[in-house]
Design a protein around this ligand. Structure first.
Ligand SMILES: O=P(O)(O)OC[C@H]1O[C@H](O[C@H]2O[C@H](CO)[C@@H](O)[C@H](O)[C@H]2O)[C@H](O)[C@@H](O)[C@@H]1O
Length: 268
C-alpha cells in the first residue's frame, strides 16, 4: 500500500525511516479522536476497527506501540487496547502507566475533592446553557463536557473563566479540548510522557498522532527529539473542531479512518 507524503522534509525522512526499518520504530497515539472516532458519550468511544486491526498486526514488528491519553489508562485498555500485543498505555496525560496487565498510578490528587464539590454550583450558574452539559469524573481528574449541550460552543465559552478560577484555587491544571474542559493534576503533559517513553524504548524513529490541543506538547517533544537525533513524524488526525492542529503537524490525515489507512500503509 502507498504511504502518504508528509509536507515537511523532516516528517518525510522519519516516515521513510519507519517504513524502511519498522523493527526500530516507536508508534505512539492519542486515543479519542485519533484511534477512536469522536462520539457524543465518552463511554461509547472505541478504537476504529481498522486502526485496531492494523495496530495488532504491526505491534510484533515494531520496537513499541503506545497510547498517550487524557483518559485513565485502564479505561482506554478496557475499550480494546489490551488486544494489541505489548502495548503501553500512558493515562492521565502520562501520570499513569499500564503495561502487561499492570498499572502504575499516583495516589490521591490534592485539590480534586474541592473542585469536584464546587462544579455542580458552577454549572447551575450557567442558567439555560446548563442543559446537556455533563461531568465525567475520571477519578484523578474531572472533565466538563458540552458536546451534548443544546448550545455546545456557547456553554464551553461560558465555562472557561469559572473553571479556570476554580482550577487556580484548587491547584489543578486546566486542559481545554474538543467540547470539554478538564481539571487535572499539574506537572505532567503528553510531551514529557512521550520523551520519557522514548528514553526507555530508544527507537530509531518515532511517529506520534494526535487530534487535540492536549497533543501539542507531544508534537513539540517530537521536534525536540529530532534535534537529539531521533527522526520523528507528527500526524494530525484532522477535524473541523481543531483546525489549528493541522498547521502544527508534518502530515494531516482524515480522522481515525485516515490514521487507520496510514497504519495499513506500514504493513508489509
Ligand atoms: O487524550 P485523549 O485520548 O484524546 O482524551 C481526551 C479526552 O477525550 C474524551 O473526550 C473526547 O472524546 C469524547 C468521546 O468521543 C467526546 O464525547 C468528547 O467531546 C471529547 O472531548 C474523554 O471523555 C476525556 O476524558 C479525555 O480526556
Amino acid at each position: 500500500m502507498v504511504l502518504p507524503r508528509p509536507r515537511t522534509s523532516d516528517g518525510a525522512a522519519a516516515l521513510g525511516a519507519i517504513a524502511a526499518r519498522p523493527s526500530a520504530a516507536l508508534l505512539a497515539f492519542d486515543f479519542d479522536g485519533t484511534l477512536a472516532p469522536i462520539v457524543p458519550d465518552p463511554r461509547d468511544a472505541r478504537p476504529h476497527p481498522r486502526a485496531l486491526a492494523a495496530l495488532r498486526a504491526l505491534a510484533p514488528r515494531v520496537a513499541g506501540v503506545a497510547v498517550v491519553t487524557g483518559r485513565p489508562a485502564e479505561t482506554a485498555v478496557e475499550y480494546g487496547l489490551d488486544t494489541v500485543p505489548g502495548i503501553v498505555v500512558l493515562g492521565h496525560y502520562g501520570l499513569e502507566r499500564w503495561e502487561d496487565g499492570s498499572l502504575t498510578s499516583p495516589g490521591a490528587v490534592p485539590g480534586l475533592e474541592d473542585a469536584r464539590a464546587a462544579i455542580p454550583g458552577l454549572l447551575e450558574d450557567l442558567g439555560p446553557l446548563r442543559e446537556g452539559v455533563h461531568v465525567e469524573d475520571k477519578g484523578k481528574a474531572v472533565a466538563v463536557h458540552t458536546r451534548r449541550a443544546a448550545r455546545p460552543a456557547e456553554a464551553l465559552d461560558a465555562l472557561r473563566e469559572p473553571l479556570g478560577l476554580l482550577a487556580e484555587r484548587a491547584g489543578l491544571a486546566v486542559e481545554p479540548g474538543r467540547m470539554v474542559i478538564e481539571l487535572r493534576p499539574p506537572g505532567m503533559d503528553k510531551g514529557a510522557a512521550l520523551t520519557d517513553l522514548v528514553g526507555r524504548v530508544r527507537p530509531g524513529a518515532l511517529l506520534y498522532a494526535g487530534d487535540d490541543l492536549g497533543d501539542l506538547p507531544a508534537f513539540t517533544a517530537v521536534r525536540e527529539l529530532r534535534g537529539r537525533g531521533v527522526p520523528g513524524v507528527t500526524v494530525c488526525s484532522g477535524s473541523s473542531e481543531v483546525p489549528m492542529l493541522a498547521g502544527q503537524a508534518d502530515l494531516v490525515v482524515e480522522g481515525p479512518e485516515g490514521v487507520a489507512v496510514l497504519l495499513e500503509g506500514l504493513l508489509p
